[in-house]
Design a protein around this ligand. Structure first.
Ligand SMILES: [Zn+2]
Length: 414
């Protein structure tokens, strides 16, 4: 047998084996109903629903808790929870010790399946993550554009909810000019659905999107999973591993967990209300910090409360700021490319611990980076990440085939 053929057989076998392992692991995610933890048992707890425009600080202060005790709790939360996830409608449960003016027990229900608990022990809070077991299901969907219709209409008719429709539309828009889409064009989507107590949760993720044009070229996109929920690299890429987010910039870090979002907040050191003109991301000292896109360094040095800080001017009237750095690797006047390492995470200046403060100015005004920028981990996957992505593509293709067969079987039964 020629060497080349042998290598081809071995690598094909490896792909099949690794795919099977992945499929088996995914299947194991579902657990029997009786193991589910009972939710909503909050006897003796105050219940508080987050209202529109309310900050967590304001809610906690309303229980007559002094600033410093509120900050003790929110700082403990910031160590474990993505603090940008608080939304109107979410529920808090708390026990207040009105004599000690402390919250002694606190639950934050992020969604149907994720809860966070903080309990006061002595002078510090202990953290617990509570996850309800859920089932995972892959759903295959085919949607065809009809005369006078668009992709979004076709997806709506296929029963896909608004936020998922938007995710799919973002993938499509970065691959094709949707204006040129003709009736008869069709798309295939594989959704990673989460099922809890027999009900589908609204957190479906499209992991495969294929486009079949009438006169436009066909294209495929796959979800890449870096194996860590905080990885900035998780996302949709085309078959070559190129990111599918048009007009996106790079995240300033490789791992993303928000410890303090943009907006008004109670300052963790001074205890006074201040505007927070950026996002704080968790990070260990020395973690590389990247320029989110190309530009020119307009300052690099120590600046009061910001500590060691780099400011970069980008085309289109945008400026970015990276503060509390431990090290700076660039000089004023230097041109930087997108993704260039400009410094390292630190805790210089007015700071409670190592983190990156990332600020964005548009036409001279601070704006919320989260809502003003589309951020991704990489423009293209390379090296080991690309190899893993190629394996994941094969797995997803098998999942598409399986889910497609199941859909066809169900249609025959009807
Ligand atoms: Zn900050």
């Amino acid at each position: 047998m020629p060497k080349k053929t042998l290598i081809a057989i071995i690598s094909a076998t490896l792909v099949v084996v690794s795919t099977l392992i992945l499929l088996l692991t995914l299947k194991n995610c579902s657990r029997p109903e009786e193991q589910q933890v009972l939710i909503n048992q909050y006897e003796g707890y105050e219940e508080r629903v987050i209202k529109d425009g309310e900050s967590l600080f304001a809610i906690l202060l309303s229980y007559n808790i002094p600033n410093k005790n509120v900050i003790l709790l929110t700082n403990a939360m910031a160590e474990h929870i993505d603090m940008s996830g608080f939304k109107p409608g979410q529920v808090l449960h708390l026990i207040v010790d009105s004599e000690a003016k402390m919250i002694t027990d606190f639950y934050y229900t992020e969604n149907e399946i994720v809860r966070h608990r903080l309990t006061l022990e002595g002078e510090k809070y202990n953290y617990q993550l509570l996850k309800e077991p859920y089932e995972r299901k892959y759903t295959y969907i085919k949607a065809t554009v009809t005369a006078g219709g668009t992709f979004l209409i076709a997806l709506e008719k296929a029963g896909i909810n608004k936020s998922v429709r938007q995710k799919i539309a973002n993938v499509l828009e970065s691959q094709i000019s949707t204006g040129g889409v003709q009736p008869g064009a069709w798309i295939e989507v594989l959704l990673d659905d989460k099922i809890y107590k027999g009900k589908q949760l609204p957190y479906s993720e499209p992991i495969y999107v294929a486009f079949h044009g009438v006169s436009l070229k066909d294209s495929e996109a796959f979800w890449y999973d870096d194996g860590d929920a905080t990885s900035a690299f998780n996302g949709m890429y085309n078959i070559k591993g190129e990111a599918l987010a048009s007009n996106a910039v790079r995240y300033p870090l490789n791992n993303i967990r928000v410890t303090s979002p943009f907006g008004k907040r109670l300052h963790p050191i001074s205890g006074t209300w201040k505007m927070h003109n950026g996002i704080d991301y968790a990070g260990k000292t020395g973690t590389p910090v990247f320029s989110v896109t190309s530009g020119k360094v307009i300052s690099a040095g120590v600046e009061g409360g910001y500590g060691k800080v780099v400011r970069i001017q980008h085309p289109g009237g945008m400026e970015t700021q990276y503060a509390h750095l431990s090290k700076i690797y660039v000089k004023r006047g230097q041109a930087v490319t997108k993704g260039k390492t400009i410094g390292a995470v630190g805790s210089t200046g007015y700071s409670t611990g190592p983190h990156l403060h990332f600020g964005v100015k548009k036409n001279g005004r601070w704006v919320n980076p989260k809502t003003n920028l589309k951020m991704i981990g990489a423009y293209k996957l390379t090296g080991d990440k690309l190899k893993v992505f190629q394996q994941q593509q094969n797995t997803i293709k098998l999942q598409v085939e399986e889910a497609k067969k199941e859909t066809e079987l169900n249609q025959e039964k009807r």
